[in-house]
Ligand binder design. Structure first.
Ligand SMILES: [Zn+2]
Length: 466
């Protein structure tokens, strides 16, 4: 069965056709690393990770790239406020991003390029745009000449004239036209900067993704993804930069996820209702947060509340309990039972319902409904005291596969043995002696995640199970 996905570029569901058979080149816009990510940043990380996993489930080889914006106005401002170095701030929040998204079951991308590591490619990209007449230097800044690019507005379906009406030249900008956007910013005194033919400066925000897509994936990719708020101007500008230079379509499919509201209100700085992943995964099992996110179709808006999370928690527990009961039955029985075909036939039908839902623009809400029907079927099997090992294994295999796609683990985590805990405590003591405090902290966190509490006393480190 073919996968259909909703392409923002055409506003239609289209049958997915890869550029190269069996392969997918996918780029997802990543975070600006000046703070912990909030739940709204977590949604694209989780849903596009699920899209990637589903393609893998279908046998595709996915090349997945997602960037870090590690130099930008917001980071410079945050570093100033914290009295820290820009690079140190970025480094810290990149580490936090890996921790938070890792807790949410997001696999690392094949490449996580950073702006500061892509500087030669970014500068050369801008130089070529200048050579082609699509960009111009103005007092150390470089701007993109928006009106020169014919397709401008095609992603957000706005005409250049409509856009013109709302555009203003801001104080300090030295543009030919209010629609032009910045590719390179001249450095202010004392600011972090890189050398270029236009003097010292740093890239504007949009250009990094164009340069990274080209460097890591090529001139045309299969799927470009990001949050709905990025479609304009960020993705529109990426298209303009890349297509002006390469004279090729940048991405065949553009997919965007919907917003997350908090208690039915838009998340905003002024309302002070930002929920950081860092905090919420200390209140709820991160897997529950992940399940809550994938429980809705990625394009629908979702509402985040403690009630919703509590309900996600009990739903996930129902799946896990059935999985565990089936596993136990399998351990206890050597039986062959009867009527295997009827049951395996029903299991295969539910697998089909799961894949049909995912094939239909990654409709994970309907896919989860298919999982619950499989759970129901498994519960009937258990109640009937049936013991056919093939059927029990088929239930486990399908549940495992479906859980993999959604990024959940159904197998219970084995508890750490006392010797394993003590070995980790020894390693932590050695790390601290070597002043490797990062490793020491990691070990403490790792143990905490397994419910082991450490207490450092003058007599040494004590531990207990929490
Ligand atoms: Zn981007």
């Amino acid at each position: 069965m073919a996968i259909k996905l909703y392409n923002t570029l055409t506003r239609k569901k289209e049958i997915f056709q890869p550029i190269e058979e069996g392969k997918i080149k996918m780029y997802v816009c990543g975070p600006t690393v000046y703070n912990y990510i909030h739940i709204g940043n977590a949604r694209p990380a989780v849903v596009f990770d699920m899209v990637r996993r589903y393609f893998e489930y279908k046998g595709y080889d996915v090349q997945y790239v997602s960037n870090f914006t590690d130099v930008d106005d917001k980071i410079i401002k945050a570093a100033e406020e914290m009295g820290e170095d820009v690079m140190a701030v970025a480094e810290r929040f990149i580490k936090a991003y890996y921790e938070d998204t890792g807790a949410l079951g997001v696999k690392k991308a094949d490449e996580h390029p950073r702006v500061t590591d892509t500087m030669p490619e970014i500068i050369s990209f801008i130089e070529k745009l200048v050579d082609k007449g699509y960009a111009y230097e103005s007092e150390g800044d470089v701007y993109f000449r928006t009106r020169k690019f014919d397709g401008y507005g095609k992603l957000s379906q706005q005409s250049v004239d409509d856009l013109q009406a709302g555009a203003r030249i801001q104080v300090g900008e030295k543009k030919e036209d209010p629609l032009d956007f910045v590719l390179w910013k001249a450095a202010k005194p004392g600011e972090i900067s890189w050398e270029s033919v236009w003097g010292y400066g740093r890239p504007g925000w949009h250009i990094e993704c164009s340069a990274m897509v080209k460097k890591y994936l090529g001139e045309t990719i299969d799927i470009h993804a990001g949050g709905q708020d990025l479609s304009f101007p960020h993705h529109e500008n990426e298209i303009a930069q890349s297509e002006a230079l390469n004279e090729k379509k940048m991405a065949n499919y553009w997919i965007h996820n919907g917003y997350i509201n908090i208690d039915n209100e838009k998340m905003s700085k002024s309302l002070g209702n930002f929920i950081l992943v860092h905090d919420i995964i200390r209140q709820f099992d991160p897997e529950v947060v992940r399940f809550f996110i994938v429980n809705a179709h990625y394009r629908s808006p979702i509402n985040f509340s403690d009630d919703q999370l509590a309900s996600a928690k009990s739903s996930l527990e129902r799946i896990k309990t059935t999985y565990l009961n089936i596993s136990h039955r399998l351990e206890e029985t050597a039986g062959l039972g009867v009527e295997a075909d009827r049951w395996t036939g029903d299991i295969i039908d539910l697998r089909k319902r799961f894949t049909e839902a995912m094939d239909d623009d990654f409709n994970s809400a309907n896919a989860v409904a298919a999982i619950f029907d499989l759970v129901k079927l498994a519960n009937i099997y258990l109640e009937e005291k049936q013991t056919n090992r093939d059927v029990l294994k088929a239930f486990l295999k399908e549940l495992d596969d479906m859980a993999y796609v959604l990024g959940l683990t159904l197998k219970a985590d084995p508890e750490l043995l006392d010797e394993e805990v003590e070995a980790l405590i020894e390693e932590r003591i050695t790390a601290r002696k070597n002043r490797d405090f990062a490793r020491a902290d990691d070990i403490r966190e790792e143990l905490k995640a397994k419910n082991i509490i450490l207490e450092d006393t003058p007599q040494g480190t004590r531990w207990k199970r929490g």
